[in-house]
Write a protein that binds this ligand. Structure first.
Ligand code: GAF
Length: 381
């Protein structure tokens, strides 16, 4: 990727810039809990966006995306927003830095990536984190800490891309650490690294290749449901609610809002249970929680689709320890915890069965937990 970017930079702008990289993420458990002030348990993955960037001494930003073979150019004032959605991610990051009192001047940039688009692996968060990290380094003497960089990415989604996402994806992309998961308390912003080593098991993502698109998806509607219930209960977020409180007002809520909140309250506890179980090497409990999350996301939160439920069924049939929808839902991947000795059979079976039913094989991505956003002095590739 590095040499491809260097070459394109020379062709488009001449000379060379500085390379930065930021990864996508996976999440072991804790889905749709982030915007409810709950816990999440993600890690950065080995798929990333890489950008070469150089200040150009003007007040214009010039971008070239290798993967789209497209260019865009814009100024840095609010009214200069580019019309291309992909460029709005970068524009949003610039604006959010400026709004926080940071400095951004004109620059030239070429970028590319291998985070599959629409697979629920947070390609957009990787793009935002890459540019947030780079512009903090190049123009701001790194005055924003990594949590603030994550918030810059999140606000970009809210204010320039129409997705009212939580903080998980940008957090994971900015804070990732090789071979570590992170348990983040999304209310306080406190987090812990958990050294991640599976004994006798593998984690693998199975991508349905049903493209999810969070913009205009019912994602924002799910968040609205949760906020409505929290208001009804008189709490700030569903983090402060429990099942007894929810049952007490069940008759006053729509069935849909009740089911959404029930899922979130249950999921909040599952994250804590999985962290404890993982520390004890109790993979059966981890797996049971993953299946329970899938059921909750599919039946109560209703963010699954036929293909993801099918992948989950095949995992159960193959004796996979845990399997569930990962990320926002509506397509994308399942994450699967598989015993070493069942792995090859599971992969072969899931490919064949999915192909038989939907006419194409799912993509398989073994989870490799990697470092977060960084200046790319010694990046591979
Ligand atoms: C998407 C969002 F961007 C995250 O903030 C999170 O809510 C996730 O869906 C669901 O857990 O990836």
């Amino acid at each position: 990727m590095k040499s491809k970017i260097n070459k394109a930079f020379v062709e488009h702008f001449g000379g060379e810039g500085t390379l930065f990289v930021a990864p996508g993420r996976f999440n072991l458990i804790g889905e749709h809990t982030d915007y409810n002030g709950g816990f999440v348990f993600p890690g950065a993955i080995d798929k990333a966006i890489m950008a070469e960037i150089r200040p150009n001494g003007t007040d214009r930003v010039k971008l070239y995306s290798i993967d789209l073979d497209a260019s865009a150019e814009f100024g840095l004032n609010e009214e200069d927003a580019p019309k291309e959605q992909w460029a709005r991610y970068v524009f949003g990051v610039c604006r959010e830095i400026i709004k926080r009192g940071g400095k951004v001047e004109g620059f030239d940039a070429v970028f590319s990536g291998n985070v599959p688009l629409g697979a629920g692996l947070s390609s957009s968060a990787a793009l935002e984190s890459c540019f947030a990290f780079a512009l903090n380094d190049l123009f701001n003497d790194n005055k924003f800490d990594r949590m603030e960089l994550a918030r810059i990415g999140q606000s970009t989604e809210h204010n320039y891309c129409g997705v009212n996402c939580g903080i998980m994806d940008q957090f994971a992309s900015c804070h990732g650490k090789k071979d570590n998961l992170m348990r983040l308390d999304c209310r306080s912003g406190e987090f812990e690294y958990f050294p991640f080593k599976l004994d006798g098991y593998k984690l693998v993502l199975v991508d349905s290749r049903v493209k999810h698109e969070l913009v205009d998806s019912p994602y924002n509607k799910r968040r609205e449901s949760c906020e409505r219930v929290a208001r009804h209960l008189g709490v700030e977020t569903l983090r402060d609610a429990d099942m007894a409180m929810l049952e007490a007002v069940k008759g006053e809520l729509s069935h849909e809002d009740y089911m959404r909140a029930k899922y979130v309250i249950e999921e909040k506890q599952r994250v804590l249970d999985v962290c404890d179980a993982l520390l004890k090497g109790d993979y059966d409990t981890v797996g049971r929680c993953m299946y329970a999350t899938h059921d909750g996301l599919s039946k109560d939160y209703e963010v699954s689709c036929e293909e993801l439920d099918f992948l989950n069924d095949v995992a159960r049939e193959c004796g996979v320890t845990g399997s569930r929808i990962m990320g926002g839902g509506f397509g994308g991947c399942t994450v699967n915890l598989v015993k070493d000795d069942l792995y090859d059979n599971f992969i072969a079976t899931v490919k064949a069965r999915f192909n038989e039913k939907y006419g194409h094989e799912p993509q398989i991505y073994p989870v490799i937990v990697s470092d977060g956003a960084r200046r790319c002095c010694s990046c591979e590739g």
